[in-house]
Design a protein around this ligand. Sequence first.
Ligand code: COA
Ligand code: AMP
Length: 626
Amino acid sequence: MGAYDESYRRSLTDPEGFWLDAATAISWTRPPTRALDDSAAPLYRWFPDGELNTSYNALDRHVEAGHGERTALVYDSPVTDTRRTYTYAELRDEVATFAGALRGLGVGKGDRVIVYLPMIPEAVITMLACARLGAVHSVVFGGFAPRELAARIDDATPKVIVAASCGIEPNRVVEYLPIIAEALALSAHQPERTVVVQREIAPGKLGERDLDWATLVAGAEPADPVPVAATDPLYVLYTSGTTGKPKGVVRDNGGHAVALAWSMSAVYDIGPGDVWWTASDVGWVVGHSYIVYAPLLIGATTILYEGKPVGTPDAGAFWRVLAQHHAKALFTAPTALRAIKKVDPNGEELARYDLSRSFRSLYLAGERLDPETYHWAHDKLGVPVVDHWWQTETGWPIVANPRGLEAMPAKPGSATVPLPGWDVQILDADGTQLPAGEEGSIAIKLPLPPGALPTLWGDDDRYIDNYLSTFDGFYLTGDSGSIDADGYVFVMGRTDDVINVAGHRLSTGSMEAVLAAHPSVAECAVIGVHDALKGQLPRGLVVLKSGVDITEDRLREELVAAVRREIGPVAAFRDVSIVEALPKTRSGKILRKTMRNIADGRPDAIPSTIEDAMVIETLRPILRTP
Ligand code: COA
Ligand code: AMP
């Protein structure tokens, strides 16, 4: 039996032994004597009697082991022309001091802190400072509009917000303080303070409740790590569901630390002292897990990159960073590679850099890896290109090529095999397991392994309703796919109204809510359609109220502006068509899947009535228009 098979089998037949062994990689103030607590099933907890501090594990223990001079963090910011490194000792000190500053503001164990920061070291420092105090951080991505920020403020009810005066996009400086002011005007909950990192390029005007980061830190005493229960929350990260209300995915301390540390060696083949780069954003789960926590938990060097794959300043930016910092591996989204390939299809920018010294593998996730991008990356980079599949909810990969354990042969189109801990099954609508090769719902038999969400913030019922009630004893991933006879998993796409735009997860339901609020709109649908660069783009179809007199151009302008205002620029919503009617089932449910299939040129189901067929035929040319 190979190392993978052995490990996988043991994780399912002896989860106690498997995860208690993995837990020895973490320093506990009280080591766990048990792995799984199933007393409240279907809500499971890991390491119920363990106690630790995640920030201590990410920083102090490496310093105490004599690695204080090793580089922990490399900040590389082409948009501000800055490069800065932090050793483990320096980062520990900065985190301890900011933790002291937060404590001075009354932040303690269990209190929430909203983090609204771009890709600057203060984002990492704030997350780890919260972890140091046992406080719960909730990072909000900068591309969201005030209303989205307000929804998160109301759900997380933070004591403090930590923000920057601005973020920097290639085409503009995004001032954060007006966004926060607008969000606070919309939210019922009011945090006591906002701590602001004043950035030179655009300092903000501080209000009564605002404090300057630098001044606050100058007067702060360092804080020691506070031991917390393994089951205590480390963070809440909001993600899109099928409704407009974002879901607060909870991450615990113990299971998270154990799973992430395990994944760094078993999946990514990265060890202490290796340089690792995840080109994502701290606002997404990929950023939480693989920019901040996992690399630091194992004593590696992590790169924090404030820039884009293209335009900051060119399509060679990723190769420059890899070469300059001697990174061993890169983790990014396929869309980033498509953006580079579009500008530099022949890899001329790549030829300017020597990656041979250290670069060994490329990991891609966040959306389907299309074969063209896979082959382009493989040909141009000459290193293994590893597709792997996971979700905000799971915190670390479900399906991957476990290269650190045993490199499996790749199959194009497959994210490879389920990782230890994940009992992945393909079920039909009745919950019956499907035979090899047949497509169905991808479900995971409970319990989920350590590191996966234990619940949604403050709402066990919503967690059970959304994820655990479709198939008894299983977690519903929301993705469809198949498993072949060799056990390789093929992920085909979402079965719900979640779409993936440039690796950003968005809800078409929340966009529909914005369109439906327009006074001219009687009915609407938003579907995700294929896009060569971003993977998917949202497309809106609206039926006008009778008697309304508005041109398509004007309506489009108003609806595009509304989605940008209500959800944010990240939605990339630009495409609206006025249609006569929307196809529906007999019970009145809009046939979004049929429309998606037509738009993407896939075969669509035969409509059941002549009226339906007529509606679909009228829509066909509109949907097919790129
Ligand atoms: N703060 C404020 N605005 C932001 C933002 C942020 N953090 N991130 C994106 N936006 C804005 C952009 O400025 C843009 O606004 P515009 O409509 O005024 O141009 C809009 O949101 C869409 O941005 P983006 O998705 O970045 O599209 P793009 O066309 O500017 O760039 C890519 C395309 C492919 C280069 C870019 O999407 C990318 O780098 N994707 C990788 C995504 C990724 O790493 N995802 C993480 C999951 S692993
Ligand atoms: P997020 O929670 O933002 O990480 O988005 C998770 C969703 O992204 C998954 O449910 C999938 O639909 C999609 N996804 C992530 N990785 C992959 C992948 N490797 N292949 C196909 N889809 C993916």
